[in-house]
Design a protein around this ligand. Structure first.
Ligand SMILES: Cc1ncc(C[n+]2csc(CCOP(=O)(O)OP(=O)(O)O)c2C)c(N)n1
Ligand SMILES: CC(=O)[C@@H](O)[C@H](O)COP(=O)(O)O
Ligand SMILES: [Mg+2]
Length: 636
């Protein structure tokens, strides 16, 4: 009989005999491969934490003990073991979230999929438990080696190490990879801990000693650990963690449930912060993933589990691939161009540039703040950095954009992929913040290309600016067809006019151009004529756009960004400043955390489609445009 269906919660797991656990692990792996190849999702990360998660839920009593997942993309096994085994709509509308979700389970806490935050939560939670006398509740944070390259994690470790008597268990899930291999000095240090021969011999000796001498708390542990530390320092480099004042247990084979359980029990019973360093394999147990050098199937689309061929092959070019190819061409023309990624070389389209110009490509780890600060340094040194990140991840580096790049008038270009609604990755992944946040940055120039031609052109325009930050932003996925302009007025492209003297100006921001063209056609059928214009560079607002607005009777702006402080708000302000008294309505993403669903479903729901824009604009027009021949004293 299968074991997995009998596990409705951690208590059922703890009642299993150790001899049953390898079979359960095998069933979980089979489940993950079958389910996640059907829906798409984070297959590789979750295959790597099967045994680790089983051990965690056998040693700790969730939800009394809190298990915090950093980034959260590796929490599928945690979900399976805490009563959620219907993965049929994983990451789909009304289905399971791809990340922990408090709405789904009391066992979940951190929903934010931005890396390197779990240790911060853990530090705070452990302080709360101590302050409130909750000595029966333990705090456990699971963080990947990739997430551990984020500065936030080290800010937390600095504080965690301060309190030698505050219980806190940190499990480092070390699979040597983010997407690609984890980079930087920390990765080398972890590798040293893993591979130093002397330490391994000592480890075998130490493990035996620890097994024979059950830990009875700090004194014994210190004695043993002191000896271990002494030996270790003799055989291996100073334990980075121990030098911070954190007790270190490991490295442990993260696929040996018994060994992980033993280490977790020792850590659980210790009276202060402990690091349990587990070695795992991303994609473990699924050969195609184990053999994938690119990213070990970090995030897969729906695919055939045997051939690994995608269920829905992508038809055309993606925004990302067009950007990547154009940057390679530019790299040949501009030897001063350098590229920076925050552990996402392939996903942001820099793989080709890295192949062509390895010495001009920098992977800084999951460290967006450092990415931008180092870009400021590179620009100061006479180079022109191109920082490629997902739009939502630039949030955490806002101060570096503002104070390190813009204040110093440095030529740095930011390319924001996954801008706008991304959808299936949930609220923390939608790139709906950048065109609001970046409005605040003096001197920054922001472009939203509408198609491949504009992406290429505007990338060239951006890297030509040497004294200010420039930003390009575009959505996830495939490019639509080219959207030619009828004419360019100033910097504004007029894409369509549906009448000789159109009443409505539809301002189409970037990827919203096709929807606005569809809307203009639908509005004409309702008797309203419209001009569709693409501002191209949305910051600063082009005076030509303000003049164009003055020639219409209603302005409707349409952007794949949050409405608050977005492009619409900026255009309205520019019109007010120019005393252009034409009513403006701004359509955009409601300023809310959006539940996960596909990009298409969400755009439909929030009215950012042709029909949605037309319907909303028609309402505005009927309210605000005087009906021809009607009594001017009565608003139409
Ligand atoms: C701030 C931030 N930047 C980038 C990402 C994209 N991202 C998601 S998972 C991941 C790699 C995580 O590596 P690791 O922590 O080692 O976890 P693993 O997948 O190896 O289990 C990255 C870069 C993110 N979620 N958050
Ligand atoms: C967890 C994380 O942040 C990434 O893995 C993200 O889920 C990838 O998103 P894409 O699939 O859009 O590249
Ligand atoms: Mg990793």
């Amino acid at each position: 009989m299968s074991l997995l269906p009998t596990i409705q919660g951690p208590a059922d797991l703890r009642s299993l005999a150790p001899a049953d656990l390898p079979l359960l692990a095998e069933e979980i792996r089979d489940f993950l491969i079958d389910a996640v190849t059907r829906t798409g999702g984070h297959l590789g990360p979750n295959l790597g934490v099967v045994e680790l998660t089983i051990a965690l839920h056998r040693v700790f009593d969730s939800p009394t003990d809190r298990i915090l997942w950093d980034t959260g993309h590796q929490a599928y096994v945690h979900k399976l073991l805490t009563g959620r085994q219907d993965f049929s709509r994983l990451r789909a509308k009304d289905g399971l979230s791809g990340y922990p979700s408090r709405a789904e389970s009391v066992h979940d806490l951190i929903e934010n999929s931005h890396a390197s935050t779990a240790l911060g939560y853990a530090d705070g939670l452990a302080k709360a438990h101590q302050l409130l006398g909750r000595t029966d509740r333990r705090t456990v944070a699971v963080i990947g080696d990739g997430a551990l390259t984020g500065g936030l994690a080290w800010e937390a470790l600095n504080n965690i190490a301060e309190a030698r008597r505050r219980p806190l268990v940190i499990v480092v899930n070390d699979n040597e990879r983010s997407y690609a291999r984890t980079v930087g000095g920390l990765a080398h240090h972890l590798a040293t801990l893993r591979t130093t021969q002397g330490y391994e011999r000592f480890l075998a000796l130490g493990k035996g000693a620890l097994q024979r001498t059950p830990l009875v708390g700090q004194p014994i542990f210190d004695a043993l650990h002191g000896a271990k530390k002494g030996f270790k320092d003799a055989f291996t480099p100073q334990g980075l963690f121990e030098d911070l004042g954190l007790k270190y247990l490991g490295p442990i084979d993260g696929h040996d449930i018994g060994a992980v359980e033993q280490a977790l029990r020792q850590a659980r019973n210790f009276g202060g912060p402990v690091i349990v360093h587990c070695l795992t394999v991303k994609g473990r147990g699924y050969r195609p993933a184990e053999q994938d050098e690119a990213d070990r199937f970090h995030a897969v689309n729906a695919m055939d589990p045997y051939t690994c061929l995608p269920v829905s092959p992508s038809a055309g070019a993606s925004w990302t691939s067009v950007f990547g190819s154009e940057l390679v061409a530019l790299g040949a023309e501009r030897p001063d161009l350098v590229a920076i990624t925050a552990a996402m070389l392939q996903p942001v389209g820099l793989a080709k540039f890295a192949q062509e110009y390895p010495e001009r490509t920098f992977d800084v780890g999951i460290a967006e703040q450092h990415a931008v600060a180092s870009a400021a340094g590179l620009a100061t040194g006479g180079l022109h950095p191109v920082v490629a990140v997902y739009a939502t991840f630039l949030n955490r580096a806002f101060d570096q954009v503002l104070m390190d790049v813009a204040l110093h008038r440095l030529g740095v270009t930011f390319v924001l992929d996954r801008a706008g609604v991304t959808g299936n990755d949930g609220a923390s992944h939608n790139g709906m913040w950048d065109m609001s946040m970046l409005q605040l940055v003096p001197g920054l120039r922001l472009a939203a290309p509408r198609d491949a031609d504009q992406l290429r052109a505007q990338l060239r325009e951006a890297v030509a600016v040497a004294d200010a930050p420039t930003v390009l932003r575009f959505p996830k996925g495939e490019l639509g067809p080219a959207v030619p302009a009828l004419e360019r007025i100033g910097g504004v492209d007029v894409l369509q006019r549906t009448g000789p003297a159109p009443e409505i100006l539809l301002v189409a921001v970037g990827s919203m151009a096709p929807a606005c063209l569809d809307a203009a056609a639908l509005l004409l059928a309702e008797g309203f004529t419209a001009t569709v214009a693409d501002p191209r560079w949305v910051k600063p607002v082009d005076p030509a756009l303000v003049r164009l607005a003055a020639a219409h009777r209603l302005v409707v702006t349409v952007e794949d960004n949050g409405r608050v402080g977005g492009v619409g708000a900026a255009i309205a302000q520019a019109m007010r400043d120019a005393d252009v008294d034409v009513p403006l309505r701004d359509l955009g993403i409601p300023q809310e955390f959006l539940a996960h669903a596909s990009r298409g479903e969400i755009l439909e729901e929030i009215g950012l489609t042709g029909t949605g824009v037309a319907a909303q604009t028609a309402v505005f027009a009927k309210q605000l445009l005087p009906i021809p021949g009607a009594d001017p004293t009565h608003a139409g």
